[in-house]
Design a protein around this ligand. Structure first.
Ligand code: PLP
Length: 390
């Protein structure tokens, strides 16, 4: 007898958590490890946000709340996203969830039938492919190529659209490459979605971590709000990964379905955490700006250091806090290099293949660590590669 449902064999994972576990196990044996594997800001959540949570707890936000989120919080989100990203929406379009990941899961659960096709970026956040497979949908990769600055290849995209295409997922700024899609690319994706009538899941979780230009939300383009789920949250922008707070903005009938999935799973997102999120959005944003400025300095140090290593080259990312160097010149496979860097150089990073098969030839470093630790890591990697090249 098989103990688990067959669908469990189709569920993938997020390798970052496994590598973190292995790195911690090495540390427990006395080894020093620089953590460049996990995608979480190393900064503390700003104090005024922590205080808002404490105040909310004291004033009784300790009970169940509405499944879709507190009305006043949804209202603030709708007003800000309408003002900043020109997304036509009101509070009824917003569903608040514990972290942004459930938006991915619930929106796909609400939309996909077995056999539906899902276009998704590869390399890309591994959960897109995992959930599509889990639901019996067909995950169709859109290969992001370094030669094109990891922009989406529109000709390839068009060639992969079929009558079963139900959903296209994209993520800009992008994890793991840090690439930001060009406005022309986003406009072309919108035109294809309207023409072929498919849904878009726009993962905008890194939209406020941009090193130039202005974020363009596909949901702001004509006719797109009704077919787009905008995924966003507090983990990255406000250094709130452990709080678990995210949300989606979507067409109202879909929002009602996603809210019903919340009722059936989490019941609601913790209300004192929503109050903290509301404070984050309405409070001063200078700490966010300071974090982004610091990420930029680290990015520049990292990219410059990587480009000086034997067999390594690295593009300059325009957003998020990752770099995705090409390591083909080392002669090693991505997974082997990532493993050796952890075990021999004491640097934890992820194999490009943790983001899909088209990540081969690359590894991902998160720059969510101090400049000093980044410099230590670069030196250790240099020593490792130089000895190997001899
Ligand atoms: N989307 C992308 C592209 C991410 O990198 C992550 C987190 O790593 C998420 C979504 C999930 O964010 P959260 O921690 O809010 O669930």
């Amino acid at each position: 007898m098989t103990p688990f449902a067959e669908r469990m064999s189709r569920l993938g994972t997020e390798t970052a958590f496994e590598v973190l576990g292995r790195a911690r196990a090495l540390e427990a044996t006395g080894r020093k490890v620089v953590h460049l594997e996990i995608g979480e800001p190393d900064f503390d959540t700003p104090r005024f946000i922590r205080k808002a949570a404490a105040d909310a707890l004291e004033s009784g936000f300790t009970h169940y709340g509405p499944s879709a989120g507190l009305p006043e919080f949804r209202q603030v989100i709708a007003e800000q996203w309408k003002a900043e990203r020109a997304i036509p929406c009101d509070a009824d379009n917003v569903v608040v969830t514990p972290g942004a990941k459930p938006i991915m899961f619930f929106a796909m659960l609400a939309l996909l039938e077995a056999g539906d096709e899902v276009l998704y970026p590869n390399p890309g956040f591994p959960i897109y492919e995992s959930v599509a497979n889990f639901l019996g949908a067909k995950a169709v990769p859109l290969v992001l190529r370094e030669e094109k600055g990891f922009d989406l290849d529109l000709a390839e995209l068009e060639s992969k659209i079929t009558s079963r295409t139900k959903l296209l997922i994209f993520n800009s700024p992008h994890n793991p490459t840090g690439a930001v899609l060009k406005p022309e690319t986003i406009e072309a994706i919108a035109a294809l979605a309207r023409k072929h009538s498919f849904w878009i899941l726009a993962d905008e979780i890194y939209a406020r971590i941009l090193y130039g230009g202005k974020h363009l939300s596909i949901a702001s383009l004509p006719g797109m709000a009704e077919r787009t789920i905008v995924l966003d949250g507090f983990s990255k922008t406000y250094a709130m990964t452990g709080w678990r707070l995210g949300f989606g903005i979507m067409e109202k009938k879909l929002a009602a379905q996603v809210s019903r999935l919340m009722t059936n799973s989490n019941s609601c997102t913790a209300t004192f955490i929503q109050k903290a999120g509301q404070a984050a959005l309405t409070g001063p944003q200078d700490e966010v700006r300071a974090m982004v400025a610091e990420f930029r300095v680290r990015r520049d140090t990292m990219v410059q250091g990587l480009n000086e290593l034997p067999g390594v080259s690295c593009l300059v990312p325009d957003g998020a806090f990752y770099v995705f160097p090409n390591i083909k010149g080392t002669g090693m496979k991505s997974a082997d290099l990532a493993k050796a860097l952890l075990e021999e150089a004491g640097v934890a990073c992820l194999s490009g293949t943790a983001f899909g098969e088209h990540g081969e030839g690359h590894i991902r470093f998160s720059t969510a660590n101090s400049l000093q630790n980044i410099q230590t890591a670069l030196q250790s990697i240099n020593e490792f590669l130089t000895v190997r090249a001899k």
